[in-house]
Design a protein around this ligand. Structure first.
Ligand SMILES: NC(=O)c1ccc[n+]([C@@H]2O[C@H](COP(=O)([O-])OP(=O)(O)OC[C@H]3O[C@@H](n4cnc5c(N)ncnc54)[C@H](O)[C@@H]3O)[C@@H](O)[C@H]2O)c1
Length: 285
């Protein structure tokens, strides 16, 4: 039975994962090597819960209980020996993740499930750092974690069936909709999303339609909540370029080749919402 979850890395994703775990009744140990990050994480979780109370989605008691279930610690040795699930959400670097996972494995009981929230690294490659890779897999949450329903459960070459089953059941207890994906570049979500995004940019380049109309085609014709160009603006053109280059390199399909227009916009600093301009003007937001 799972009762204690440890989240390593308290940034954008780590704080969100800690929040949903605590709100779902788990005791949570939240660790970051940077004390400011854990302080900010707790403030963000409190802020999100406060907004939930204002909107009537969370009761005062639920807010109070969720916050009480989270223990922030700079000392992994204190929380890991009691963990049933450990989710790492440290930066997307093989070196950092490898060293965190080795440390985590050494300090956790053998029954504990170990997961990485990586959005692009190979689960098989990360598993090579572990002596018991059968209990390791990817749990890919989406941002903002308390809102987004999808969790990709990524099965590595050595992940056991039992680990996949436990992870799927665990994700459901968080109110998420898990899908099981083999460890392949881009998993399911980025692989499909990037093809659509790159083709939409090629259509702008070729003057097929305006960005607004291309987005409307998918929003009204296919019921996507948001068109691929607006989504690219929100994620960041530089981030999407990086993923497209990686998928083009690893999967080889021309569908992932980044269009010249995307490269030019990134070079000019038109990165989307965060820089004020991408395919849309965000300067007023
Ligand atoms: N941001 C997203 O939209 C998103 C979505 C899905 C998955 N991801 C993945 O989630 C992971 C985390 O991304 P993020 O956006 O939350 O990053 P982030 O930079 O916001 O947070 C990472 C945190 O890890 C901490 N950290 C660094 N090294 C550490 C160590 N050795 N031990 C403990 N803590 C350490 C940092 O201090 C930081 O607070 C990445 O693998 C990323 O690819 C991100």
């Amino acid at each position: 039975m799972i009762s204690r979850v440890v989240v390593v890395g308290a940034g954008t994703m780590g704080h969100g994962i800690a929040h949903v775990c605590a709100a779902s009744g788990y005791r949570v140990g939240l660790h970051d090597e940077d004390r400011d990050a854990t302080r900010r994480a707790v403030e963000q979780i409190r802020g999100t819960l406060d907004r939930g109370v204002e909107l009537g989605k969370v009761t005062e008691a639920q807010r109070h209980e969720a916050l009480n279930r989270i223990v922030v610690t700079s000392d992994l040795e204190r929380v890991l020996p009691e963990a049933d699930v450990v989710i790492e959400a440290v930066p997307e670097s093989l070196e950092i993740k490898a060293s965190v996972l080795r440390r985590v494995e050494a300090l956790t009981p053998r029954h504990a499930l170990l997961a990485s929230n990586t959005s692009s690294l190979s689960i098989g490659r990360l598993a090579r750092e572990l002596s018991e890779p059968g209990r390791f897999l990817g749990l890919h949450f989406f941002n903002p974690v308390h809102v987004m329903k999808l969790v990709e459960v990524v099965r590595g070459p050595s992940t056991s069936d039992q680990t996949v089953e436990t992870a799927v059941a665990f994700a459901r207890t968080l109110g998420k909709e898990p899908i099981v994906v083999r460890d392949a570049p881009g998993f399911a979500s980025s692989r499909l999303g990037i093809v659509l995004g790159m083709e939409a940019i090629r259509m702008v380049e070729q003057g097929v339609a305006s960005p607004e109309d291309i987005d409307r085609a998918m929003e009204l014709g296919y019921r996507h909540p948001m068109g691929p160009l607006k989504l690219t603006d929100l994620v960041g053109l530089d981030v999407r370029l990086g993923i497209a280059e990686y998928l083009h390199e690893t999967l080889g399909s021309e569908a992932f080749r980044p269009p010249e227009l995307l490269r030019r916009m990134v070079a000019e600093g038109r990165l989307g919402k965060k820089s004020g301009r991408g395919f849309y003007d965000w300067s007023d937001t």
